[in-house]
Design a protein around this ligand. Structure first.
Ligand SMILES: NC(=O)c1ccc[n+]([C@@H]2O[C@H](COP(=O)([O-])OP(=O)(O)OC[C@H]3O[C@@H](n4cnc5c(N)ncnc54)[C@H](OP(=O)(O)O)[C@@H]3O)[C@@H](O)[C@H]2O)c1
Length: 391
């Protein structure tokens, strides 16, 4: 088969799964030709040997190149018709069995005793990132709004983990240059290996865009977008100098699915997706790993959900999954430098991408709107009841 017959349209990528149809009937055997985990040269060679018998040199070299960089290759021929159901089954199986064994170890980004910066560190998911990183031996710079909460957490970390902490209380919504100068000063003295861009704000309840209070709208953009960019810009230069680092940024399913009645929050998280994926490519040559962390609901003050369930993990379970899946996509199949690390969220992300007409589909967005209209009605009724009790 000649190279010209390799039509790029026959390649389809779902995360780390490549689906590859060969437009040459003579090559096909009508079944899955080869399938397996690779990423290791021996696997690539094993698969290549298998292919040597049936395919030409160009195809083999494509296969080797891809096998060396991908976790999983699925080769199909055009006699084995490309059936969406077949793709879905295969992809689902490999998404679900994806092991954490190949995750990048945190030590690759910096030794124990180097520093992690966590924003929004005093509560919820950020607090858990701080605790779990401290338990792994990293010193922690805690950045958040309320000094008393930061002090309490710093004491807890010092007592439990024996690592050093520093704190900075700043209000990201204020976007004060003096706060960022203080942060720059702190950061300049530290060997920072890890940055967790966690600070975030959502709407207090789902609200039509036209009725969104101006302050809420501004705060969401200033905290979620401007804050994340400014902190990252302070930390990145020293990571580039040291030629190592990890930058995790908390995203949200609101950034995958346009979410009516949370439109500003949804847009801010979609911004982080684009920014983070672009940044990951810029910083990869500097040996800095940038990963967006996707999440559906987690129990916290922001979600206002107290009881965990299969779909709504505790911050502890969520962060354990996130730190255990560095370099893995989880359910974020096909999205560069992105992970949906918690297993149930991963299945949901995969299902949205593969079993619905797609997150940008009008019907899907309208279903999401109905859901959030319901949530708004319940939130308004609850506020009414609480108002009556208070009066
Ligand atoms: N929880 C979820 O269901 C969920 C789902 C998807 C994505 N996420 C994302 O995960 C991240 C963390 O969410 P979470 O649920 O853990 O939130 P959370 O429980 O509300 O905690 C937010 C943290 O950010 C701090 N913070 C809030 N506004 C701040 C400001 N203006 N300046 C400085 N610090 C501020 C808070 O400090 P104080 O303690 O001083 O208030 C707190 O430490 C966010 O980016 C969020 O969008 C959450």
């Amino acid at each position: 088969m000649s190279a010209s017959r390799l039509d790029p349209s026959i390649f389809r990528q779902l995360g780390k799964d490549i689906f590859w149809r060969i437009n040459d009937g003579s090559e096909s055997n009508g079944s899955l030709t080869a399938c397996g985990r690779s990423g290791r040269q021996c696997d690539a060679q094993r698969h290549s040997r298998r292919l040597d018998r049936t395919h030409d040199a160009t195809l083999r070299s494509h296969w080797r190149d891809m096998a060396l960089t991908q976790d999983l290759l699925v080769l199909e021929t055009d006699r084995f018709a490309v059936r969406p159901a077949g793709h879905i089954r295969t992809s689902a199986i490999f998404t679900l069995i994806e092991s954490t064994a190949d995750s990048i170890q945190l030590s690759k980004f910096g030794p124990k005793g180097s520093w992690a910066v966590v924003t929004g560190a005093s509560d919820g998911i950020g607090k858990e990132y701080a605790l779990q990183l401290a338990r792994k031996g990293y010193n922690i710079l805690l950045v958040s709004r309320t000094q008393s909460k930061l002090d309490a957490l710093a004491t807890e970390i010092n007592r439990m983990c024996g690592v050093h902490t520093k704190t900075l209380a700043m209000d990201f919504a204020a976007n004060n240059d003096s706060d960022y100068s203080q942060l720059a000063q702190l950061v300049s003295d530290l060997d920072i290996s890890i940055l967790i861009n966690n600070v975030g704000l959502s709407h207090s309840i789902p609200v039509p865009f036209a009725e969104t209070p101006e302050q809420e709208m501004k705060d969401i953009i200033t905290i979620n977008c401007t804050g994340t960019l400014r902190v990252t810009q302070l930390v990145v230069p020293s990571m580039i100098r040291r030629k190592r680092g990890l930058i995790l940024t908390m995203a949200s399913f609101g950034g995958i699915l346009p979410t009516p009645l949370l439109a500003t929050y949804s847009g801010s998280k979609a911004f982080l997706q684009q920014w983070s994926s672009a940044l990951s490519s810029e910083l990869a040559p500097h040996n800095i790993h940038v990963q967006l962390v996707q999440s559906y609901l987690v129990t916290s003050a922001m979600s206002k959900i107290r009881r965990s369930s299969v779909m709504v993990p505790t911050p502890k379970a969520f962060v354990k999954a996130a730190l255990g899946k560095i370099g893995r996509s989880g359910g974020a199949q096909g999205v560069a430098a992105t992970s949906t690390p918690y297993w149930a969220h991963g299945v949901m992300h995969w299902a949205i991408a593969n079993l619905t007409p797609g997150p940008m589909n009008r019907y899907v967005i309208d279903v999401n709107r109905s859901m959030h209209e319901g949530i708004r009605q319940r939130a308004l009724r609850k506020a009414g009841r609480e108002g009556k009790k208070g009066s």
